[in-house]
Ligand binder design. Structure first.
Ligand code: NAP
Length: 533
């Protein structure tokens, strides 16, 4: 097979890949996009499980780069469903003619840096090979599914489903006895919808998570008009905020607020819905006393939602401070456990032993099921890249290097891997922020670096090892000042056996990150080695 030659290869056709492709094409670059799915969408292409929706408000979770696009796309609900977001991304792809650049159904197997030519050669599992000076990895932070290694897992003879690789057909649970393993955001969203039709649902929970109602609703014309009138301001606040959304914490510090004021602030933040609760007071995920107050408030709400004290105790998180694992955003999650055909198995008390041909065996015995749904998460932030065989300068293997903690410069540059630009990589705000905007920022940053090199006649940009080490240490130090490190979560790699531990995203805030990255660019890409072949 012949190797095609390009200026830039973009891997992935989610928010970041599409942004990068659209704007690289506008610059006149010859681009090849490679995407494992059969169409655009990234996360929203794969995660088609019932109840899948975004936990960032639709009006914010959309591209900001084109005014007309912002005004013509009318979101239907406050939190968009997966089909609606996929429809939106498909619309963006049509509008900006994205698909013509992509080869779909092609999963990258590996990429090799050619030091003599200053080019990457990329191979897919189907044998497609292509070469480009620049390689942008828009492969997503939560795209490498993780299936737990439970004894007998593959012996089950019923239907096996995974939230992160849900079939494209309608799955009918009517009359079925369904098991769900996993109670993170995916499980929490799927369980109420599965329970709506299944004959029986057994939820196997290892750790209880904090879940807060979304208060989702359809957006009526009045709300839409108001949102449109405020859109410019809203975007400004999002771009200048710490997490890419317009919401900020209460202006009065927790310690200066009266008990009544604290209660009112928690209530108001609760009503904002989902993850926004963690913004109630500045320092909620830093100061144990603020976190404790938020947790007490949460537990009072939980008592209203789950009257049975035994079930409630099992659903009460005990192993992490509130907000230090991603808060789940739900619609009737806890209420589902008040239904007679829904049961919770607390794996802390009744450990999972094995999957059998007919069901799941725990310490207390076998429960029979017709279907098992795995909502067991991802090898986050690094897994998509370590699944590939990426070879940099002197045949350095990214997979081997990332056996240890990933050392990156701004999340984008990797020492030893010139011209490899990781979008939303470890060391960038990514998953802690609104990924629609971080994807724009990351794509634009990568393209400006390419612009700079092309303008200066440079053919290679590589993060310096010392700059990457300093950035990674800075990122880890910031995380150490918070309560995040005390939570076992995918943020720290602790959900994957043998994975190096450490807080993966940059927690210093979206705006602070942009300012640091822009400063690097303004200083001629300080910390990058720029060279000519
Ligand atoms: P997750 O948060 O990592 O949750 C995985 C669940 O599976 C956890 O409850 C975990 O228990 C459990 N689990 C894993 N291995 C297990 C085993 N061997 N035995 C029993 N239980 C096991 O994954 P996720 O729910 O897919 O969510 C990942 C992230 O994707 C979220 O945090 C969020 O950022 C994003 N997401 C967002 C949305 C949204 O926008 N609303 C929806 C879905 C996902 P432990 O906690 O004990 O490890």
């Amino acid at each position: 097979m012949t190797t095609t030659e390009h200026d830039l290869i973009v891997v992935g056709a989610g928010f970041a890949g599409m942004y990068t492709t659209i704007h690289a094409a506008r610059r006149g670059l010859d681009i090849l996009g490679i995407e494992a799915g059969d169409d655009v969408g990234g996360t929203w292409y794969w995660n088609r499980y019932p109840g899948a929706r975004c936990d960032v408000e639709s009006i914010d979770y959309s591209y900001s780069f084109d005014d007309e696009l912002q005004r013509e796309w009318r979101w239907r609900e406050r939190y968009a469903t997966q089909p609606e977001i996929l429809e939106y991304l498909s619309h963006v792809a049509d509008r900006f003619d994205v698909r013509r650049h992509y080869r779909f159904g092609e999963r990258v197997a590996g990429a090799t840096w050619d030091e003599a030519a200053h080019r990457w050669t990329v191979r897919t599992q189907n044998g497609l090979t292509a070469s480009a000076r620049w390689l942008a990895m828009a492969t997503g932070g939560l795209s490498q599914p993780q299936l737990p290694d439970i004894p007998g897992r593959d012996s089950f003879t019923g239907e096996v489903l995974q939230t992160s690789a849900w079939p494209h057909r309608q799955v009918d649970f009517t009359g079925k006895r369904v098991a769900v393993i996993g109670t993170g955001s995916s499980g929490v969203q799927a369980i109420p919808l599965i329970a709506a039709t299944a004959a029986e649902v057994v939820v196997y929970q290892r750790s209880a998570n904090y879940s807060i109602p979304a208060f989702n609703h359809p957006i009526d014309d009045d709300e839409w008009d108001r949102q449109q009138q405020n859109l410019r301001r809203r975007r400004e606040l999002s771009w200048n905020g710490s997490a890419g959304s317009p919401w900020t914490s209460h202006p009065v510090p927790f310690d200066e607020a009266t008990l009544a004021e604290r209660e009112a602030v928690f209530e108001e933040s609760w009503r904002r819905g989902g993850v926004l609760f963690a913004k109630a007071f500045q320092g909620l995920t830093v100061e144990p006393r603020i976190n404790d107050a938020a947790r007490e408030f949460f537990e009072r709400k939980l008592a209203e939602r789950v009257p049975d004290p035994h079930v409630r105790a099992a659903l009460t998180p005990t192993d992490h401070p509130l907000g230090t694992k991603r808060i789940c955003t739900d619609s009737s999650y806890y209420e589902t456990f008040t239904l007679p055909h829904v049961r919770l198995v607390n794996l802390r008390e009744d450990p999972l032993v094995a999957v059998d041909p007919t069901g799941i065996r725990t310490a207390t015995g076998l429960r029979e099921h017709d279907a098992i749904v795995y909502a067991t998460g991802f090898d986050a932030m690094t897994g998509a890249l370590t699944a590939m065989d990426i070879r940099g300068r002197d045949d350095r293997s990214l997979r081997d290097e990332w056996q240890g903690f990933p050392v990156t410069y701004l999340g984008i540059g990797l020492p030893g891997f010139p011209n490899l630009l990781v979008l939303n990589g470890p060391g960038s705000p990514s998953v802690l922020s609104n990924m629609a905007l971080t994807s724009e920022q990351q794509g634009e940053y990568a393209l400006r670096l390419i612009d700079h090199c092309r303008a200066e006649g440079l053919t290679s940009a590589e993060a310096r090892a010392d700059a990457a080490t300093a950035w990674t240490e800075h990122s880890l130090e910031l995380a150490d000042r918070t309560l995040f490190g005390s939570a076992p979560s995918w943020y720290t790699g602790s959900n994957i056996e043998g994975k190096a531990r450490g807080f993966l995203p940059y927690i210093g805030g979206f705006r602070a990150y942009i300012d640091r990255a822009d400063q690097v660019a303004a200083e001629g890409y300080r910390g990058f080695i720029l060279s000519t072949r």
